[in-house]
Design a protein around this ligand. Structure first.
Ligand code: CS2
Ligand code: MG
Length: 403
């Protein structure tokens, strides 16, 4: 019995808000889990503090599966991003402890390395096609083998994925939601032009990706997928909102462009139909928002049966704790596809010292026992929580739309 003696939630804002769960055990081993939900951080912190931690103290930290089932099956009001992010933080912290107890890096506990490194994709964005392509060339020079392209849209003041700061992208830019204006009619003609220019400049020996960010109708998504086929994208992400997975049947009728979905999913049930009908090619669920390592392994195993590969979400609003744990998962998982890698700021990296490192277009989690990420609580305390909301989107006539 490795008794859980204490657990606490650490909220810190080194440039953006992060929520971290720390679990302590008798004998001094501790584990960390990421519980960050962009724009809803305090909801998860409160769920952990009020409903999870009181029932966690005194349990056996080794009983990862039973604890997962206790907090999932034991909650009458199941699923949803808040609940599953909280369960994920517990699960990740317990896997961290399990591996530390064995004195091994987490990937060894999961089944060992299935590859030498974790191919990642970086984010090239710019206000114009030219600026975006130039940024992509910079990533190519840095050794990235996969690059996501997001460009400004003529006639729109803002669009998804184009940031003021080239280093990292943080959309939660105000206490109350910033209102942005969207036009699919203005956006759609620009993407193929962007990819044509990128292929011209970067060549064909590099993977190029794009995120539609939930904004198109199914037929518009099918059209965009077809427009991009000559430029062989690695994937088109969130081409249409996935609340209705059946919409992807229509997209599949019109394009062979690979489709990626799932960063907003929080359980296997969200992904089941898309995977079983092979309506997607990559599943984007994460260690953080989809119930931790324990549940993400189940999703990956279902996906493996249908030739669907993993493509875990890895934006700056997922902390280095999530990235560290994800990389151990990525190194092990047999049907690995790619890992998103939006670099964190220097102040974030200082709060979360970590063992993972980048080399030749790939990340490696390192060989430190556990997931290899820690938190400097003294430094974390210097960055108090700051209210921040994700933007909302309206069409040009004022109609509410997906951001
Ligand atoms: C995006 C995210 O990285 C991605 O693919 O969809 O940046 C997303 O917008 C943020 O994680 C939302 O908080
Ligand atoms: Mg996305």
């Amino acid at each position: 019995m490795l008794k859980i003696t204490d657990a606490r939630v650490i909220v810190t804002c080194p440039g953006r808000n992060f929520v971290t769960l720390r679990i302590e055990t008798r004998g001094g081993l501790h584990g960390l889990g990421d519980a960050t939900l962009n724009g809803r951080e305090l909801a998860v912190a409160s769920y952990l503090t009020g409903h999870i931690i009181p029932a966690l103290i005194g349990r056996d930290a080794q009983a990862i599966e039973d604890i997962w089932q206790y907090f999932y099956r034991g909650a009458y009001w199941r699923r949803g991003p808040v609940t599953m992010s909280a369960i994920a933080a517990v699960d990740t912290a317990l896997w961290d402890i399990k591996a530390k107890q064995a004195g091994l890096p987490l990937y060894q506990i999961l089944g060992g390395a299935s590859r030498t490194g974790v191919m990642v994709y970086g984010h090239a964005n710019g206000s114009s096609i030219e600026e975006t392509v130039a940024e992509a060339q910079r990533y190519q020079t840095m050794g990235y083998r996969a690059i996501r392209l997001q460009s400004g849209v003529p006639g729109l003041a803002a669009t998804y994925g184009v940031s003021r700061d080239k280093l990292f992208y943080e959309p939660a830019d105000a206490a109350l939601p910033t209102e942005t204006i969207w036009s699919s009619a203005k956006y759609l003609p620009t993407v193929a032009k962007l990819f044509e220019a990128a292929r011209e400049a970067l060549g064909w020996d590099i993977h190029l990706l794009h995120d539609g960010h939930h904004r198109l109708t199914p037929i518009e998504a099918g059209r965009l997928g077809r427009d991009l086929e000559p430029y062989r994208p690695f994937w088109l992400e969130d081409a249409t909102p996935a609340e209705n997975p059946a919409a992807f049947r229509l997209i599949r009728q019109h394009t062979t462009t690979p489709l990626a979905v799932g960063e907003v999913f929080n359980s296997i049930w969200d992904a089941k139909l898309l995977i079983e009908e092979q309506l997607i090619d990559y599943i984007r669920t994460t260690v953080l928002h989809a119930g931790g390592i324990t549940h993400l392994r189940r999703i990956a195993s279902l996906a493996d049966l249908y030739g669907v590969r993993t493509g875990c979400h890895g934006a700056t609003d997922l902390s280095p704790v999530c990235m560290g744990a994800a990389l151990h998962f990525d190194l092990w998982v047999p049907n690995f596809g790619i890992q998103e890698y939006m670099r964190h700021s220097a102040e974030t990296d200082a709060v979360f010292p970590h063992a993972y490192s980048f080399n030749d277009g790939a990340l490696h989690p390192g060989e430190a026992p556990g997931h290899g990420v820690d938190i400097d609580e003294k430094l974390a305390a210097e960055y108090p929580y700051r209210p921040a909301s994700l933007p909302i989107n309206r069409l040009e006539d004022g109609t509410m739309h997906n951001w």
